[in-house]
Design a protein around this ligand. Structure first.
Ligand code: IMP
Ligand code: MG
Length: 331
């Protein structure tokens, strides 16, 4: 039995989708709760197909996994329906009746606001939907007839599963440096993204959590405006192979080398019990497709050890390639 919380370390795009989809199959995750909203895209490359999911939980690759969207989340109905179709999960997805709804007008406001544009928001309307929720004028999932077949009590389902000894995973969103509370304010998203907040969005108390997995990438990236310590120019990023285009918005990502001090802070605030590191093969190409720690180059091993000594918990999962099974599992 386990209840794992998986969160992003920095500015999102660390590869949570890949790590969670691996855990789904490897650990047979019975129930997964997705939190956050449609601004996040979780990328999963499985059976030669690439998915960039904004709503459907990343454990969908394990066909026995019950897929839930927690009450703290904001649901974008057309996107949800599109992804249900694409992933074929109609019979095993549930939406909490108290999820808030993102309407077309929220996206219009997000895109039209000079302030929000200046922050470089994704334009999906998540911030304006959150505003309506805080004002207590937002619509909830229970108000939407088209969601009726999917409505459920996520907190009850999830806690019942935990108490029955099942494997539960709470899927975090973005990364700690985009948190409304702990990030680079005002260049942040419209919610807290720490492990505690993910539990709150799902309706699971802290005493039920068995492990908190913080997902780091071997280098750092961010989209939109705001501080990125150690940022390197685009030309240098291209040269190093670090240059990325956002899965969700198609925007260019800025990049910087791994910051060990930030890594330590994000482990602290999230209460990390272990860490995952993705894209090790991008920084250390000799590690591509490695399946065991012993196969890694000495430089890469040193890097992992330095991360572990900075964050104070073991790096248990290492990504060495793009697909779900390009993983070193040291657990
Ligand atoms: P918003 O979340 O759309 O309001 O955007 C606020 C900031 O968070 C912007 O800098 C976005 O680029 C960033 N952001 C929001 N969601 C993600 C994500 O999933 N990955 C990376 N950046 C994100
Ligand atoms: Mg992403």
């Amino acid at each position: 039995m386990s209840c794992s919380v998986v969160v992003g370390a920095f500015w999102g795009d660390e590869g949570k989708g890949k790590i969670i989809s691996y855990l789904a199959i490897k650990d047979k995750i019975d129930v997964c709760v997705r939190t956050g909203s449609v601004n996040a895209a979780h990328t999963i490359i499985y059976k030669d197909k690439k998915y960039a999911l904004h709503m459907v939980p990343s454990t969908f690759v394990y066909e026995k996994s019950r897929l839930l969207i927690g009450p703290g989340a904001n649901v974008h109905i057309p996107q949800l329906f599109k992804e249900i179709e694409e992933t074929g999960v109609k019979n095993r997805i549930g939406v909490d009746s108290q999820c808030s709804i993102i309407e077309e007008k929220h996206s219009v406001t997000d895109k039209a606001s000079a302030h929000l544009k200046g922050l470089g928001t994704t334009g999906w309307g998540v911030g304006p939907a959150q505003e309506d929720r805080v004002k207590r004028i937002g619509k909830l999932a229970r108000d939407m007839p088209e969601l009726k077949p999917y409505l459920t009590d996520v907190a009850l389902e999830t806690n019942t599963a935990i108490n029955a000894g099942k494997n539960v995973l709470l899927e975090g969103t973005q990364g700690l440096m985009l948190s409304l509370f702990y990030g680079t304010y005002p260049y942040v998203t419209s919610r807290d993204t720490s492990a505690s907040a993910i539990c709150a969005e799902a309706g699971v108390g802290p005493t039920k959590v068995t492990n908190v997995i913080v997902v780091y990438k071997s280098f750092m990236t961010r989209v939109g405006a705001g501080l990125l310590p150690g940022e390197i120019p685009k030309e240098e990023a291209i040269k190093r192979g670090w240059f990325e285009i956002a899965a969700g918005t198609g925007r260019e990502r800025r990049s910087a080398p791994f910051d060990f001090n930030l890594a330590k802070r994000t482990a602290m605030i999230n209460g990390a019990t272990e860490a995952a590191i993705t894209k090790l093969d991008i920084v250390f190409p000799a590690c591509k497709d490695a399946k065991s720690f012993e196969e890694l180059s000495s430089e890469a091993k040193e890097f992992i050890k330095k991360v572990e000594s900075s964050i104070g918990v073991p790096v248990t999962i290492i990504g060495t390639g793009p697909t779900v099974f390009d993983i070193i599992d040291r657990r």
